[in-house]
Design a protein around this ligand. Structure first.
Ligand code: URA
Length: 433
């Protein structure tokens, strides 16, 4: 006879029929799934029932807490900088194309005496992963012990490293299952997945960059706002000061999409240059993080005068990387030329993200390796005047047999017209009242 408190079938049936799961049912199902007492096929059915019928605020909050309880919690409360305890501020993006913002942002915020723990992941699918980008720097190591992470936060002020396997193990198992059962895009499941890891990480404050558009999970603003509100409420419930920016992801960020090329562009931004959209988003997110940490200062000036570069160099060398090393260059390139003259009115983030992924910058399965030099350099962005025959983008890879499939993804990736209506990069902001 089973010694389990609940029967998985009853839990699934409750949600299938549109009911509300009790706190005890939620605690049990997350724990039992992590232990293997609830089978993958049962959790798949429950995830689909949640996808179709949703969860209320109390259910999402309890589900998040149960996932946090499945693993360890980090404690950054002991981080001491020169003479005082440091506030910790973290940023999380829901994932986009050309989204390298963490790289300039973490050192920038650290220059103001706020500690920035960026426990990051690798990319899966068309959105790139921060660790994949940084691993293109010769010698750089993503894995740190918790003790070393704390030490670096105290001495350097910022650390970008792999999230250890001890944080929210229930989410790791559930996310892999959602990935193969078409249940990733459920707002309660995305919100609890992201926030369980961020709350377990123990930061004082958190800024969310919720992407909206073709290259994002959330294709429209209303959906993105609901996701942002759900996550901000979960942060507040857990005592983490949380706010969110809703930002455009219909076109790639910056002029590079891939790994090494995105590091190069981030270094340009840290040196006071770089594309305007990358600079704007870095500064806006830094403002949010500084405000949440009680620091009244303007990050725009600090980015423009290059002072965050020292933190960047130390952050990279602390993890074995050589900040002066030449980054890997692709063995093969292929240029796409404009077929007509006019104004570039559209450059689709999803198409470019998928092309970069097919060139080898991303992985299809989590065990795949990525190519450091693979990706795409853009030579024009929406709003730019272009001439027929002008280079529009350069595709880069070490394996030229990949060009064909990447080019297929770019077939309808851009439009040329006569007039261009600029759109805002920052589409909204959400915080608790
Ligand atoms: N990122 C996560 O960590 N979880 C999700 O569910 C979606 C994006």
């Amino acid at each position: 006879m089973s010694t389990e408190t609940f029967d998985a079938v009853d839990v699934i049936r409750t949600k299938r029929d549109g009911g509300t799961l009790s706190p005890e049912q939620i605690d049990w199902v997350i724990d039992a799934y992590t232990r293997g007492a609830v089978a993958d096929e049962q959790m798949s059915a429950l995830a689909m029932a949640i996808f179709l019928n949703g969860m209320d605020r109390a259910e999402i909050s309890r589900w998040t807490t149960a996932m946090i309880s499945s693993g360890e919690r980090l404690d950054f409360s002991s981080i001491v900088g020169p003479g005082k305890k440091l506030a910790t501020a973290d940023k999380h993006s829901t994932g986009g194309v050309g989204d390298k913002i963490t790289l300039p942002l973490a050192p920038l915020v650290a220059t103001f005496g706020v500690a920035v723990p960026q426990l990051s992941g690798r990319g899966l699918g068309h959105t790139g992963g921060t660790l994949d980008k940084l691993e293109s720097i010769p010698g750089w190591q993503a894995n740190l012990t918790n003790e070393r992470t704390l030490e670096m936060l105290g001495s350097t002020g910022a650390v970008i490293c792999a999230a250890g396997s001890g944080l929210a193990p229930a989410d790791k198992k559930l996310y892999a299952l959602r990935d193969v059962t078409a249940t990733v895009e459920a707002i309660p499941l995305i919100a609890s997945s992201i926030m369980s890891k961020k709350i377990a990480e123990g930061t004082d404050s958190l800024v969310l960059d919720v992407k909206v558009g073709s290259g994002a999970f959330m294709k429209d603003l209303a959906q993105a706002r609901t996701l942002a509100e759900t996550m901000v409420a979960l942060g507040a419930d857990a005592g983490v000061k949380t706010s969110a920016l809703l930002t455009d992801m219909n076109t790639p960020l910056g002029l590079t999409v891939g790994n090494a090329c995105e590091v190069e562009e981030s270094v340009e931004v840290l040196a006071g240059g770089g594309p305007a959209d990358v600079v704007e988003l870095t500064v806006e997110l830094a403002r949010e993080m500084l405000k949440a940490s009680g620091v009244d200062a303007d990050p725009a000036e600090a980015l423009a005068d290059g002072r965050a570069m020292d933190v960047w160099r130390k952050m990279i060398s602390d993890q074995g990387g050589d900040p002066d090393a030449t980054l890997p260059q692709p063995r093969e390139t292929h240029t796409v030329y404009a077929e007509s003259s006019g104004v570039l009115t559209r450059l689709d983030a999803l198409s470019v993200g998928v092309a970069s992924w097919r060139l080898g910058a991303g992985r299809a399965r989590k065990e795949d390796a990525v190519q450091a030099a693979a990706g795409i350099r853009l030579h024009a962005k929406p709003g730019d005047e272009i001439q027929k025959g002008q280079p529009l983008m350069t595709l880069m890879t070490d394996t030229p047999e990949r060009f064909g499939r990447a080019l297929e993804s770019l077939e309808n990736a851009y439009s040329v017209g006569e007039t261009f209506e600029p759109t805002d990069l920052i589409l909204g902001r959400v915080e608790t009242n």
